[in-house]
Design a protein around this ligand. Sequence first.
Ligand SMILES: O=c1ccn([C@H]2C[C@H](O)[C@@H](CO)O2)c(=O)[nH]1
Ligand SMILES: [Zn+2]
Length: 129
Amino acid sequence: MKEELIIAAENAMKHAYAPYSKFAVGAAVLTATGQVYTGCNVENSSYGLTNCAERTAVYKAVSDGHRSFVAIAIIADTELPVSPCGACRQVLSEFAEPNMKVFLANTNGDNKEYTVAQLLPYSFNESMM
Ligand SMILES: O=c1ccn([C@H]2C[C@H](O)[C@@H](CO)O2)c(=O)[nH]1
Ligand SMILES: [Zn+2]
């Protein structure tokens, strides 16, 4: 499952629209019902409108009716496996199954495994409101 997601993420990375940063990222999320949705980063000349690969993948899945995810893989051409930004961690936590896995990878074949809860401890969520 990990390898399949990393391969799907690497394929999606090829579609990255990153003319400003030149930093291509790919992601692939696995839904609780077994489907895989991929995403890439999509930049904009107004830089702050950039959407990360992770959120692209999650939003594609949510817009198809999925609200529960069990794993995500993220990949970039980095020395160390790439790590999701704070905004993406918060978005992942919104739809994460307990113990949702986050596979961080690079194109050299290195990877690391965390859970969403490890990457975003003491997170804000609806139960706090
Ligand atoms: O985990 C990450 C980190 C960065 N980016 C994108 C955003 C921007 O397009 C480029 C540089 O930050 O990489 C992602 O998609 N995911
Ligand atoms: Zn992000």
